[in-house]
Design a binder for this molecule. Structure first.
Ligand code: CA
Length: 230
């Protein structure tokens, strides 16, 4: 999961383009889909997003049915969902919350309002709402994709960066290899579990000069976790 990535599912080109523009300017990385089917394909091709914005009225599968599907999938069961709708009807609202959505916004709305709701939900779900992740002297800049430790730049490969980002945004939690593959590589990636070990080794090697490599811990018989030792 990329902690500042948002998946936007909206079939109306004008609204989609406007939201991509506003969300990108607010510091988010936006992945967009025009249909629910398209969104489902995209979701499992790459690292899952931190939050999903879904338009209610979509061609094909409806937004509310997409929300239900996402709730039932272990990979996205906890991902915050905001629904966009043109209708402010109470019945729809209830149907949406029953499907497991977290928030609901009626069109027309300002991008500012949507961004405020997104930030509030990300805060509530404990995910970083800033463009940086930090642990002790380690600072990961999610916009420039740079890692610095004690102010010194540390070069990481793109996979090591995503791996560190994911582990750091869930610091203290242990993940097995299959969970790391799903969240960092994407579920439909054709990668073997030992690939995770290879990238953990590379990550530790990059962190070694600073002594932060010991924060990337092996939990015997389970997997890996990031635990700040400072
Ligand atoms: Ca629509």
């Amino acid at each position: 999961m990329a902690s500042n990535k948002i998946l936007l599912v909206e079939d109306e080109p004008d609204i989609r383009e406007m939201l991509i523009f506003s969300l990108t300017r607010a510091g988010f990385i936006v992945d967009s889909a025009e249909t629910a089917e398209d969104a489902l394909n995209r979701l499992f091709e790459t690292a899952p997003p931190a939050l999903i914005v879904i338009d209610w009225m979509l061609p094909g599968m409806q937004g509310v049915d997409l929300a239900k599907r996402l709730r039932d999938d272990s990979l996205t069961s906890e991902t915050p969902i905001i629904m966009l709708t043109a209708r402010g009807e109470e019945g729809d609202k209830l149907k949406g919350f029953e499907a497991g959505i977290d928030d609901y916004i009626t069109k027309p709305f300002s991008p500012k309002e949507l961004i405020a709701r997104i930030r509030a939900l990300l805060r509530r779900s404990g995910l970083p709402t800033k463009n940086q992740l930090a642990a002790g002297e380690l600072l990961l800049d999610l916009r420039s994709h740079e890692l610095t430790i004690n102010g010194d730049a540390v070069v990481l490969g793109p996979t090591e960066f995503r791996l560190l980002e994911f582990m750091l945004s869930h610091a203290g939690r242990t993940f097995n290899r299959s969970q790391l593959l799903d969240h960092v590589w994407g579920r439909s990636a054709y990668v073997e579990e030992r690939t995770v070990d290879v990238h953990i080794l590379r990550l530790r090697k990059a962190l070694k000069p600073s002594g932060m490599d010991s924060s990337v811990q092996t939990v015997r018989g389970v997997g890996y976790r990031f635990l700040s030792n400072s």
